[in-house]
Design a protein around this ligand. Structure first.
Ligand code: NDP
Ligand code: MG
Length: 383
């Protein structure tokens, strides 16, 4: 039995995690969870899982409302509530399916409190991958990635030495068939139409700008201790090859399978084990052809910004993340154009004075600074 806490259970990864838990009720005990503003799902989950003792929501008013309805459950709210949940509820594995920087401190808190982590929140590794790795060593805890590319790479690397290159596949996002001129006036609605995955809004925009792939390069760098210049990107339209490893002898291993996040989620929940799946399959003979395209770094400058942030190090990756997040939400609110997202990130990175070997507080400060800079740039319309 694995006792679980799921952070962000109302989201795309969170609800698919719940689906896996439901399919393996003898293996998992759900002890606590968090939602943000979508509190509608709380009732159903509490009725189904009598093992839950603690629930966190984003807003105080929702907490007050819910604790009147469920007096036997402990409720808390906000960023501190997430940390309380991790500290107070005994569990074996924390699933971090929060989106954005809000997931960073819960990641640190889980590891500091000796909890193993199944991590979808890639922003945690972008912001503080070095600190996370130090904590994993110090506290002897384990981190199981949920991102499909990294689960694919872990499967290909298992038992194999002498990897020459890691090759992250990328769908190219919603605008993959447009050139840069055609990106000038694209809309939020078009940006949210991902060709192969149904995900939360923020990561869908990150896919359209390809910042998501930049983040995944940083993620792979930290997870597999692999040099950035040996991590390549390959455009692959169908999203069925989830990533590849090229070995020194010239051969590749690829992880091929359905585009269904429940497969990598299961792999993480079962601590890097392959589990029988009864929900998705990929009949290759019916599938036909796989397509590949060369990745053009000029078409997608965000990948270059991510590589630059890692090369500079210190607080720069946190600034990359904070500036990206603030700019993406401004785009979603229709305050800026799509191409302004990357302009803003570049500009904010230029202005940042880095702190090397940052503490957790330095990273929190860098994130805050980056967001303020983005808001200032938008206000001055100085893009
Ligand atoms: P969603 O937007 O679908 O879900 C995010 C979750 O975080 C929701 O439960 C949301 O609550 C909660 N949340 C957001 N902001 C706050 C906050 N300030 N306080 C508390 N809770 C908050 O995102 P996804 O599931 O798509 O993505 C989650 C993470 O997984 C991201 O880091 C993403 O990059 C990564 N990932 C996602 C994939 C996917 O297929 N979706 C694939 C690979 C990685 P609510 O909605 O209730 O407000
Ligand atoms: Mg991914």
């Amino acid at each position: 039995m694995t006792r679980l806490i799921v952070l962000g259970i109302s989201g795309s990864i969170g609800s698919q995690t719940l689906d896996i838990i439901r399919r393996h009720k003898r293996k998992f005990v759900l002890c606590g969870f968090s939602v943000g503003e979508r509190i509608n799902c709380v009732d159903e989950i509490l009725k189904e899982f009598k093992t839950i003792s603690f629930v966190v929501v984003k807003n105080k008013s929702d907490k007050e409302k819910l604790e009147k309805i469920y007096p036997h459950i402990k409720f808390s709210y906000g960023d501190d509530g997430l940390l309380e949940l991790i500290k107070q509820v005994e569990c074996d594995l924390v699933v971090n399916a929060l989106v954005g920087f809000v997931g960073f401190l819960p990641t640190i808190c889980a590891l500091e409190n000796g909890r193993d982590l199944a991590l979808a929140n890639k922003e945690s590794l972008v912001v503080g991958g070095n600190l996370v790795n130090q904590l994993l060593k110090k506290t002897n805890t384990k981190l199981y990635p949920i991102d499909s590319e990294h689960v694919a790479l872990a499967k290909c690397l298992k038992g194999n030495k002498k990897a020459k290159k890691l090759v992250l596949t990328a769908s190219g996002g919603s605008f993959r068939d447009l050139n840069r001129n055609e990106l000038e006036n694209v809309t939020v609605e078009d940006a949210l139409k991902h060709p192969s995955w149904n995900m939360g809004q923020k990561i869908t925009i990150d896919c359209a700008t390809m910042m998501n792939k930049g983040f995944e390069i940083i993620e792979a760098y930290h997870l597999f201790n692999f040099p950035i210049d040996k991590i390549d990107v390959l455009l692959h339209d169908e999203s069925k090859i989830h990533s590849l490893v090229e070995f020194e002898d010239g051969s590749f291993l690829a992880d091929i399978g359905p585009a269904d996040m429940r497969i990598p989620i299961s792999h993480a929940l079962f601590r890097n084990k392959r589990v029988k799946n009864t929900f998705a399959s990929l009949p290759l003979d019916e599938f036909g052809t796989f397509h590949f395209r060369k990745f053009d770094p000029k078409r997608y400058p965000c990948v270059g910004y991510a590589k630059k942030a890692i090369a500079i190090g210190g607080t720069m990756p946190a600034v990359l993340n904070g500036a990206n997040e603030e700019a993406v939400y401004a785009f979603l609110r229709k305050e800026i154009k799509f191409l302004s997202i990357e302009k803003i990130i570049e500009e904010v990175m230029e202005r940042h004075e880095i702190v090397q070997n940052p503490t957790v507080q330095d990273l929190v400060d860098a994130d805050k600074w980056a967001r303020e800079e983005v808001r200032r740039l938008i206000k001055e319309n100085n893009l």
